[in-house]
Design a protein around this ligand. Structure first.
Ligand code: SF4
Length: 65
């Protein structure tokens, strides 16, 4: 399992992450990106890594739990 973190202060809400992994990255009521889960099961790990790689702000971090 991995743990994903998102620095909302630096997020620009382009939503590239949501395109790559909508199971983990969603939006709140006003369209700001938020994490739908932080402890990521193995079957979503590759998609989360791809989401992190396409984030233009580099604000998604992934750590092994
Ligand atoms: S790709 Fe990065 S900057 Fe864009 S919405 Fe997602 S976390 Fe925010």
């Amino acid at each position: 399992m991995v743990v994903v973190k998102l620095d909302k202060e630096l997020c620009c809400s382009y939503q590239s992450c949501m395109s790559e992994c909508p199971e983990v990255f969603g939006t709140d009521d006003i369209g700001v990106v938020r994490l739908l889960m932080t402890e990521i099961p193995e079957n979503y790990r590759e998609k989360v890594e791809l989401a992190a790689s396409v984030c233009p702000q580099g604000v998604i971090t992934i750590e092994r739990a």
